[in-house]
Design a protein around this ligand. Structure first.
Ligand SMILES: [Zn+2]
Length: 297
């Protein structure tokens, strides 16, 4: 009888001590991979023209890199140049909107030889360049209207008004839009342009990269289209791009963005004229600030 009582007491004690520990573990269990990723935070490097690199957690997304061989091993993101040795520890996604020389350089197709975790996200036209079977194996083709998950990143593709596609990428709690050459190249294509931007607008974009030229180019249509995009997407941050190193128009555009009323009235889009190759920015909870020049952490 006494022995039974002791056994019962031990069982009760075990139940009291172990059960809460178990349930506590279950309640506190995190999704795999979420521990390292600080959500809603991104680091952005301006590479050149329409080229940008965005890091969230272990992911490094590289958009429309148009080249620049590192002269020596010191060069890297802080110089606006991709050095495979610097980025090999990341889960890298290389986005190529189309095959024009100001958005694509064939050197990117060699990075997979030294970067173990790499995926290429390419338009159908660019996919034909990936003839090397190893590069082909890590390339995903995105047609306009398609949505895919690649290397843990959710991606949607949109039809460009020029060649190829534009991308929305969702990773680490941040939604990124890179337009490629989806721009209002002339007012005659306004209907087509706006219809595509409305599709992008469904994605709650945080950071947008949008083509902006001097006003004089093509009678300001590109400019009008870029402002339309900012209004409709209501991104927290917009980076003008695609001006081949002529930067005055980006400053002027940033001033205009400060005056516009975004569709989501609670958001005041912040425009950043990057202007210097390799310059880095930190995006955190809807705000962006300069981070100076530095390499990948
Ligand atoms: Zn272009």
């Amino acid at each position: 009888m006494k022995r039974n009582l002791i056994a019962l007491l031990i069982l009760a004690w075990l139940a009291l001590c172990i059960l809460p520990a178990c349930t506590g573990n279950i309640a506190g269990k995190k999704e795999p991979g979420t521990k390292e990723v600080e959500t809603r935070k991104a680091e952005i490097w301006y590479l050149f023209h329409s080229g940008f690199a965005v890091r969230t957690g272990k992911h490094l997304l590289i958009f429309d890199y148009c080249g620049g061989q590192p002269a020596d091993n010191k060069e890297g993101l802080s110089e606006g140049v991709i050095n495979p040795a610097e980025i090999k520890g990341f889960e890298v996604l290389v986005f190529i909107s189309h095959g024009h020389g100001d958005h694509f350089s064939r050197e990117v197709m060699h990075w997979h030889k030294s970067v173990r975790n790499i995926n290429y996200v390419v338009s159908p036209g660019v996919a034909t360049f990936f003839s090397d079977k190893d590069a082909k194996a890590v390339a995903t083709t995105m047609k306009p209207g398609e949505e895919k998950k690649v290397g843990g990143v959710e991606i949607a593709a949109f039809k460009s008004t020029d060649a190829g596609v534009a991308y929305v990428a969702k990773v680490g709690g941040v939604v990124i839009y890179h337009a490629g050459d989806l721009a209002l190249w002339g007012h005659s294509i306004e209907k087509q342009y706006k219809a595509e931007i409305q599709k992008v607008a469904k994605h709650n974009v945080d950071i947008a990269f949008v083509p902006v030229h001097p006003r004089s180019v093509r009678k300001g249509a590109i400019w009008d289209g870029a402002l339309y995009t900012v209004r409709e997407l209501s991104p927290k941050v917009v980076f003008p791009m695609h001006s081949q190193g002529s930067y005055e128009c980006w400053d002027e555009f940033a001033g205009e963005v400060g005056k516009i009323k975004a569709k989501k009235e609670e958001i005041k889009p912040q425009a950043v004229a990057a202007k210097e190759k390799g310059k880095a920015y930190i995006y955190r909870d809807g705000k962006v600030e300069e981070a100076g020049k530095h390499q990948a952490p």
